[in-house]
Design a protein around this ligand. Structure first.
Ligand SMILES: Nc1ncnc2c1ncn2[C@@H]1O[C@H](COP(=O)(O)OP(=O)(O)O)[C@@H](O)[C@H]1O
Ligand SMILES: [Mg+2]
Length: 260
């Protein structure tokens, strides 16, 4: 999947402290150009509040930009056009978030949870068979489909969330801090699953992470964000070896998991 963002920005109104106060705003993302190539694996790093999630939401049409445009495979993404208008993009996108506890409905069996995108996106075929298949892809047992989220550990739940993100065979997988809530051993296991997916050359990967080790293991290129702006971008090897910005150097120095 090819993504082209031009002049993308997002300004949010801040809540008023008193009714008489003038409305104030925060620039979550300053005007930004970004290109993601088909099959590329891009890491987005930067301190908390630097605009990583905002950028990702805009690229996927999950939020309305204050300025700018997004094109996916040459088609304009218009998040204001109504739910049906972006059906094509939803079908092609898989999303994983940080918290595997919050992202799974405790009342739904694992099988139903994973199958949900298939019926929500009206994808034809044998859903049960596809669920079993994708469970295997993420290193779980097909029989786990009949069980419930509370029966699983954090790492297993994140595999379930990953299976749900992959079940409809998206062209792009987007992870917003998908490993951050996991302990070190589990993180390494999920990283391995992602690394295998990465070898599917038709899958574009966008990974938000403050763990440089994760970005180093998975991503061809890296985007460094600070205060709503992209301050550095380049191949992962180049940026990690020779960061040009002091901010990137500090970011790299602050992270204990870097392996060189
Ligand atoms: N819905 C929102 N309303 C108001 N401010 C927001 C909203 N979403 C994000 N922000 C603000 O925008 C900035 C960037 O946020 P975010 O993109 O979530 O950063 P990151 O993902 O890098 O931690 C932060 O200052 C955050 O408080
Ligand atoms: Mg975020």
């Amino acid at each position: 999947m090819t993504i082209v963002g031009r002049d993308l920005s997002r300004r949010y109104p801040l809540p008023k402290q008193t009714p008489f106060e003038r409305r104030r705003f925060t620039d979550a993302l300053l005007p930004t150009d970004i290109d993601i190539a088909d099959g590329e694996a891009v890491g987005i790093i930067g301190e908390s509040g630097s605009g990583k999630s905002t950028l990702v939401r805009l690229l996927l049409g999950l939020d309305v930009p204050t300025t700018g445009t997004v094109e996916v495979d040459g088609t304009a993404v218009d998040p204001t056009a109504g739910p049906r208008a972006l059906h094509w993009l939803r079908r092609r996108t898989g999303l994983v978030f940080q918290d595997p506890y919050a992202s799974l409905d405790p009342r739904m069996s694992v099988g139903r949870t994973i199958a949900e995108p298939l019926w929500a996106l009206e994808i034809p075929g044998d859903h049960r068979a596809r669920v079993r298949e994708v469970l295997t892809e993420v290193g779980l047992e097909p029989a786990m489909a009949d069980r419930f989220p509370h029966e699983f550990s954090g790492g297993q739940r994140q595999r379930i969330a990953l299976a749900r993100a992959l079940v409809h065979r998206p062209s792009i997988l987007v992870g917003d801090e998908p490993l951050s809530a996991l302990d070190v051993t589990v993180r390494a296991q999920i990283l391995e699953v992602l690394r295998e997916l990465r070898n599917r050359e038709d899958l574009t990967l966008v990974l938000v992470s403050h763990d440089i080790g994760v970005v180093q293991a998975l991503c061809d290129s890296v985007v460094v964000m600070k205060d709503g702006a992209v301050v550095e971008r380049g191949s992962t090897a180049e940026v990690l070896r020779r960061p040009t910005q002091d901010y990137t150097k500090r970011l790299l120095a602050a992270i204990p998991t870097i392996r060189t």
